[in-house]
Ligand binder design. Sequence first.
Ligand SMILES: Cc1cc2nc3c(=O)[nH]c(=O)nc-3n(C[C@H](O)[C@H](O)[C@H](O)COP(=O)(O)O)c2cc1C
Length: 725
Amino acid sequence: MFLLAVSITGTILAVEPISNKLHPYSVKDAGDLTLSQTLINLNSSYDEILSISKDRNEFVSVSAIIDGQTQQFYVDPFTGEALGPLIEKAPIFQFSTNFHRSLFLKSTGRFLIGLVSFLLLLIAVSGIVLIAKRQGGIKHFFSPVVRENYSQFNHVVYSRFTLIPILILSLSGIYLSLLRFNIIPEKQLVHQIDYDSLSEEPRLAYEDFELFKNTPLSELKEIEYPFSEFVEDYYLIRLKDREVLLNQYTGEVLAQDKNPMVNTISSWATVLHTGEGSIIWSVILGLGSLAIPFLMVTGFIIYFKRPKSSVKNKYKNSESEYIILVGTEGGTTLQYAQEFHKNLLKAGKRSFLGQMNHYNSFEKMKHLVIITATYGQGEAPISANNFIKLLRSHPQKQSFSFSVVGFGSTSYPKFCEFAYQAHNALRDLETAESTEEVFTVNDKSFEAFSNWAFSWGSKQGVNLQLDKSAINLPKKQSTDFVVVDRLTKQDTFLLTLKNTNGIETASGDLLSITPKEDGRERLYSIGDLGGGTLAISVKRHPNGVCSNWLGDLNQGEVLSCGVVKNPHFRLPKKAKETVLIATGTGIGPFLGMIHSNTPKNALIKKGNQNSKPKQKLRLYWGGRNPESLELYESFIDKAIKDKKLDRFTPAYSRLDSEKVYVQHLIKKDGQEIAQTLKSGGCVMICGSIAMQREVTKELQGICNCYLKKDLSHFQNRKQIKMDCY
Ligand SMILES: Cc1cc2nc3c(=O)[nH]c(=O)nc-3n(C[C@H](O)[C@H](O)[C@H](O)COP(=O)(O)O)c2cc1C
């Protein structure tokens, strides 16, 4: 509440220095005038000047007695012309200043404000650390943020730019609070003058005083004129770095002292905190203050939407046969693990669920199941960052088998990397025996995980049917689609659907289909063919519930499904060229992307100004043999004829004795692909995860060899996009 109040008043107060600075009292090049010239100009315009001041806006003002009255006003130091009265604080700024400093609670309020500044400092520092961690290191602090949802995305994006000003605001705020409570005491300069040796001789005109002659106006803060004509009264000159006292008749330096360090720091703290004198800094501070309420709201949303993470165990870890350890940061992986654990218990197994960081000696453990997400650039999530060390320091007495499930997203360069690390570390243990390869789950796919749980359970002799409703997954837009066409070749078919409710789709989005028969969701990549028509490419599996159901649909039948937005896998709008790499049905979204790659001239003819301009598209596609291509052949031929696709290169794995895979083609065309990346073009990959791994290996080699950069450099710039399964 206090932070909110302080940030709102802070935003209002950021306007004050801007509005002050916009007054027309600044005089060009005035800083270059010497003090002598300034005094001559002003003394000739006013009879009795008491002082001359220059503020942080570089406005010069004079305090003078005019017609028997003391008046203060801004002047032009070249001509002495009065420019206007001193700026008065507007009531809104006065109110905000008082509230901002003490909440109208006097000392208690001042203390609370100091405390809030300190808490804000902790929030800012921990925020910077968390972002650096989330982005995979301080080096990647400003790399693009992957969009998970509105609050998470915007919280990270806005805080990256505003945390530095917030940090400065909080530090300077703490400093100013300490000053107000005199914990840091500001020092007053006390000058010693030898009054006995004061003399009026040799007299010198003030404009010939060395200090006045050699000091530019830019260095001045204030000159106080001598109070009377007695020689004991002197000029007091406050400069940016020191104070000087001058004999008013001879110009002799009576005393001088440097400003104490603490006063200089205080002056800097005030400027940094208020923005006084700088429009740019005031705008930055204003945006920093304005960001605080926004970050508070999005922070709370993230916090409250966070899946619950408490774990209740029926059996102790020392008496459990099955140990399930979870590596999670956002909590979703834990929900999947909880559902898995619940089903094992239901099946009568002694199962224990805990965090990977709680790895220990488990006396009765026969089987260890690791279910872990990956964060940063392929690093461990918070609840698993000590796991690998713990593995070595807590050897198990008995031998055990283990399985590792990785949760991750193929939109990250190092897909499920930490799961592989955990798997390898376990494999190195003498007592541990791997029962299967790492199983990966892309984008929290319930379907993938429940399939794994089912087959894992079968091997253990238990029937595990996970319940999707137990997991809190983001809602999907649902709509009806009519089957327009179904083209089948061998075991693969292309299903064309027409959207009935005008729901928006884009090539690369996912169609979520849940057959009634088993209630499990499947996701298919959409190729958007325009006009509400889309295509999905599906392979029939001999016993596949969904693929066979879809493969038997007839023209005109209605299919109810959801659309999952997948914005990270869209054809880039600005790239001049893109390389598309797919295997098998992974070609689905590319069919839509190629379709939308309308040549520029055709657009102008149609008068359609909004469509994307043409870009150079090259497609690499891997299949078993030329027959596998038949399904897409006419589409590809037409796309090449219409100049929507520049080149098509197939790789057949079962044609000759020599097996050719897409990664071989990528390696062969390495130089050309490097050129595409160098010129800002993009590479998109869709298909199996095994293919993704091989292709990214080749791309890594290409980036190292031709571009002398790491693949992650291009991934961070969204020049490599992947959607594999
Ligand atoms: C900042 C951030 C970094 C991520 N880095 C990776 C990564 O390098 N590799 C990967 O496969 N998934 C990565 N992911 C995806 C997560 O592993 C995935 O969303 C997982 O399901 C999150 O599980 P949790 O909610 O249990 O933490 C990242 C997610 C975020 C938010």
